[in-house]
Design a binder for this molecule. Structure first.
Ligand SMILES: Cc1cc2nc3c(=O)[nH]c(=O)nc-3n(C[C@H](O)[C@H](O)[C@H](O)COP(=O)(O)OP(=O)(O)OC[C@H]3O[C@@H](n4cnc5c(N)ncnc54)[C@H](O)[C@@H]3O)c2cc1C
Length: 338
């Protein structure tokens, strides 16, 4: 059967655009969909230093590095009454540096790169629905009542995990409840990244550009009342208002199957103290795109790429979860929540 698209991607954040770029750069016909008009707000301005070689590979590094005014090589960690500077690491080429960049700018760079690679981008004004074959396999997506078949569908819809919801598959919840708030203030920090562990969660401050500080607060339990960290409360507000997010750790019930891959936050949510949500989104998007290319070119069969993708994704999640348990474990043990 002739299909107009080899791959359709739901969600044009870092996971979706990376999947689209990776597949389109190998000649696949890609449709990229998002329900909102860009620029749209998402948190996640501090990128792990490991993003640099990956962005070079996607050929967006030049634009990203030009737009990043703050590149710290270390962060201050205040924990258990001590305060110390931690380096991100170094190699023969020098110190590893984080990349601080406004998400609207980063997402615009990635989207532009996808379009330059020939990806067709559409804003879906009506809710998308899943198109399934009679046996239940994923067959594409219904946009405004019109079915669009594709060989593969990539779910990059973020933490609401659109495809798993459409399939009726529940997530696996992996931590007690966690709530994150974030916001912006005008001002300057002495250290461009600061991590403060507290009694009922932790707090993160980051200098996004010369005048703007991002703060993120993660609290144990469910909270609805926004709370600005006391250290910044005297500074004028800047940018979007305080937002609350459910950052309880969770794993999508299915990560890959016949005709689909689930990437980025749609696959896993960990709280932002992991510090690598965007890195994982980009890597998982690229991996999913490469899986689709390998099957389309006949180099590998679906079962083997699905097994690789499942294994790699689960290893990532389990590794990050273990690392984070060290940050939250003491409080959870104390409250008996774990
Ligand atoms: C408070 C907070 C602070 C954070 N700080 C950091 C940080 O400093 N560094 C870091 O690396 N990570 C951070 N993260 C994590 C980071 O925000 C995410 O991991 C990252 O945005 C995931 O990218 P994504 O592409 O998977 O999803 P998203 O960036 O959420 O993009 C998903 C896209 O899908 C679209 N979409 C959703 N549903 C549909 C639908 N039904 N149809 C069509 N389109 C749809 C949305 O409009 C959106 O554009 C933070 C998270 C939180 C909550």
């Amino acid at each position: 059967m002739h299909m107009k698209y080899d791959m359709a991607v739901v969600g044009a954040g870092p996971a979706g655009t990376s999947a689209a770029i990776s597949a389109a750069s190998r000649g696949l016909r890609v449709l990229l969909l998002d329900r909102v008009r860009f620029p749209r707000f998402r948190p996640g301005e501090c990128l792990h230093p490991g993003i640099e070689p990956i962005f070079r590979e996607l050929r967006v590094w030049h634009a990203v590095s030009e737009a990043s005014a703050v590149r710290p090589a270390q962060r201050r960690v205040c924990w258990g009454g001590t305060s110390r500077l931690e380096s991100f690491g170094r190699d023969v080429e020098g110190e590893w540096r984080a990349v601080h960049i406004a998400r609207t700018v980063l997402d615009a760079i990635l989207l532009q790169r996808a379009r330059d690679m020939g990806v067709e981008y559409r804003q879906a004004h009506e809710p998308l629905q899943l198109l399934q074959k009679s046996g239940g396999d994923v067959d594409g997506v219904v946009i405004g009542g019109a079915p669009v078949q594709c060989r593969y569908l990539i779910d990059a819809s973020g933490s609401r995990s659109w495809l798993n919801r459409q399939l009726g598959v529940a997530p696996q919840v992996c931590s007690p409840k966690l709530t994150a708030f974030c916001g912006y203030r005008e001002g300057r920090l002495e250290d461009a990244q600061q991590f403060h562990a507290g009694v009922d969660g932790w707090c993160w401050f980051a200098q996004v550009d010369a005048h703007t500080i991002n703060w993120t607060l993660v609290k144990h339990g469910v909270h609805t009342k926004p709370c600005v960290p006391a250290e910044l409360s005297g500074m004028p507000a800047a940018g979007p208002n305080v937002c609350g997010f459910d950052v309880t750790w969770r794993r999508a019930g299915t990560l890959a199957g016949h005709g689909y891959f689930v990437t980025g936050d749609a696959a896993f949510v960990l709280d932002p103290s992991a510090g690598n949500g965007v890195l994982y989104a980009v890597l998982s998007g690229i991996f999913a795109g490469e899986c689709v290319v390998a099957v389309t070119e006949g180099r590998e069969d679906h079962a083997s790429v699905q097994a690789h993708y499942d294994e790699w994704s689960n290893q990532w999640f389990d590794g990050a979860r273990k690392a984070l348990a060290g940050i939250h474990g003491q409080q959870w043990n104390r409250t008996g929540a774990a």
